[in-house]
Design a protein around this ligand. Structure first.
Ligand SMILES: *Cc1c(COP(=O)(O)O)cnc(C)c1O
Length: 413
């Protein structure tokens, strides 16, 4: 099946779900068995079955299978948020004394997790420029256990060359973890280009409508856990083969950390996935038009990987061909102007999310990144005058008019 067909039909149920046309919501915390032995066997893994929704649930599994099919992985785990997905992966792989190599300019919550939380447990993170391939070679050392980046960095919109980075992580025998939230599997499949684990905040384009928070972890099958650097997972791999990491998460880390998805949210995520191809096609087209429109307007620097002026354009072209997702940033010269621009918008909403069907804007420096130091903001590419835009799927003329009127109003004295 091709992408759009998979998004609609993969594991959409059958007679075991009374031929329901939509995946049903299994709104239950637990699952009963007739005999004590049967439940004991499920606990032991001797027979298949559901136990408790924190570990797994049929609606969650349906969503996991569908997203996994779109990412072309070997399996997935849905989580309560994107941050829960990242936390489970890093806590599942690392121990005190280990090091992470991560790239600058990634999601603020991820930076804070790596810097402020993991450091308390003796895990050190070294941040490097995502576009500097030699920096990966130079920074990965004896203690490095994973490399973490985003396929399109949010908010810098840098596009790291996953192919080249994966060659380096492969030779260092450590997994490359790629947060694919901004690109989505419609624009980019990190696993095809060598990434080992894919992360999603499904709260964004996968959900698409801003009505639920969620996340997901996908094992692409590229990393050889049998010969990896993780003794506990290696041990598991003798029985579970390459499913060892997913099994390690499902039966231990994800289970014990407790960041499980709600079945109701998984239902909403499945609804979102069914139209992701259609939505992303329009998101990408609208974003390209808005980027060109803002550039032509000549107000300030427009940053979008689909523009030739972007330092990531060549890599984006190589990896994504002709679709560049729908997040962009632009500068207006001052914080006052940025605020005035946002206040002048009539259709676009000012809110702390992205990837919704509606166009949304935010002033990052005073909101999502307000706790960050001046140095961190510089690395994030966030200036006092930066506005981040997630271009929606409204009629392009209406978005353009809204932006045009807001810019005119901002520049009027
Ligand atoms: C939003 C976001 C996250 C965090 O996801 P939540 O669902 O909000 O926890 C992680 N990575 C990226 C790139 C994001 O945009």
């Amino acid at each position: 099946m091709n992408f759009d067909t998979t998004a609609i039909h993969n594991n959409s149920g059958g007679s075991q779900w009374a031929n329901a046309s939509c995946v049903p919501i299994f709104q239950t915390s637990s699952f009963h068995y007739d005999t004590a032995q049967e439940l004991a066997d499920v606990f032991e893994g001797k027979s298949p079955g559901y136990i408790y929704t924190r570990i797994s649930n049929p609606t969650n599994i349906a969503f996991e299978m569908r997203l996994n099919a779109l990412e072309d992985g070997i399996g997935a785990i849905a989580t309560s948020s994107g941050m829960a997905a990242i936390s489970s992966v890093v806590l599942g792989l690392l121990r005190s004394g280990d090091e992470i190599v991560a790239t600058n300019g990634i999601f603020g919550g991820s930076v804070s997790l790596l810097k402020n939380i993991l450091s308390k447990f003796g895990v050190t993170t070294k941040f490097i420029d995502p576009l500097d391939i030699t920096a990966f070679k130079q920074t990965i050392g004896e203690k490095t256990r994973l490399v973490f980046t985003e396929s399109i960095c949010n908010p810098t919109l840098a596009v790291p060359d996953i192919t080249e980075i994966s060659k380096i992580t492969r030779s260092a025998n450590i997994p490359l973890i790629v947060d694919n939230t901004i690109a989505t599997p419609y624009v980019f499949l990190p696993g095809k280009f060598g990434a080992d684990i894919v992360i999603h905040s499904t709260s964004k384009f996968i959900n698409g409508h801003g009505n639920a928070i969620g996340g997901a972890i996908i094992d692409t099958g590229n990393y050889n856990w049998k010969a990896g650097k993780f003794d506990d997972i290696k041990e598991l791999a003798r029985k579970a083969g390459n499913f060892a990491f997913l099994s390690h998460l499902r039966n231990l880390v994800h289970r014990d950390i407790g960041g499980c998805a709600s079945p109701f949210n998984s239902f909403l995520m499945i609804q979102g996935l069914e139209t992701i191809g259609l939505r992303m096609e329009k998101h990408c087209r609208n974003a390209m038009e808005i980027a060109r429109f803002l550039e032509a307007k000549g107000v300030g620097q427009v940053n979008y990987p689909g523009l030739e002026s972007s330092s990531s354009f060549q890599t984006a072209k190589k990896l994504f061909v002709d679709k560049f997702a729908s997040v962009l940033t632009f500068g207006l010269g001052s914080k006052e102007r940025a605020f005035k621009f946002i206040d002048s918008l009539k259709t676009a909403k000012n809110l702390a999310n992205l990837g919704e069907v509606k166009t949304v804007v935010i002033h990052p420096a005073s909101t999502i990144f307000r706790e960050f130091s001046a140095e961190d903001l510089r690395l994030l590419g966030i200036e006092e005058d930066t506005v981040r835009i997630s271009v929606g799927i409204e009629d392009i003329e209406d978005i353009k008019n809204d932006f045009n009127n807001a810019i005119e109003n901002t520049l009027r004295r």
